[in-house]
Write a new protein. Structure first.
Length: 143
């Protein structure tokens, strides 16, 4: 079941191709958690220049996908509608498995705290039930 499709996601966060890194949201508790999905294709633009003979999704884009999933949750809070959430930090990032064409990313983000315009969350990305990436993200909400 899709809670939000790509067009609905684009109404919440400002990202567009090729930097919109979530395809759909399948579960969300507004301001608290998000489960988003991204299907990785061999035609993704970064594969042309990032290890072209051994296609691996760049780690920085995996972290950005977690940040976007968290942004959907916090920007769905009614008082944040129309605002922008800026990714402001990452702690304890661990990369456990390569992400390659054909993988389906399950992106989970739990918002830990929001204070005024700042907040933090904990995220992980899994493929086929196997942990690929985990870390703690922080963000600033433009007032």
């Amino acid at each position: 079941m899709n809670l939000l499709n790509i067009e609905e996601i684009k109404e919440i966060i400002p990202h567009r191709y090729p930097f919109l890194l979530i395809d759909k949201v399948i579960e969300m508790e507004v301001g608290k958690s998000t489960h988003a999905v991204k299907c990785i294709s061999a035609t993704e633009p970064w594969f042309q220049g990032h290890f072209p003979d051994h296609n691996v999704m760049p780690g920085v884009l995996l972290i950005e996908a977690m940040a976007q999933a968290g942004a959907v949750s916090i920007l769905s809070i009614p008082e944040n509608k129309g605002k922008i959430a800026f990714f402001s930090g990452i702690k304890n990032a661990k990369f456990r498995r390569e992400v390659v064409p054909g993988d389906k990313l399950d992106i989970y983000v739990e918002i830990i705290k929001i204070r005024k315009n700042f907040g933090s969350g904990s995220g992980k990305i899994c493929c086929d039930g196997e942990l690929c990436v985990e870390g703690e993200i922080s963000f600033f909400i433009e007032a």
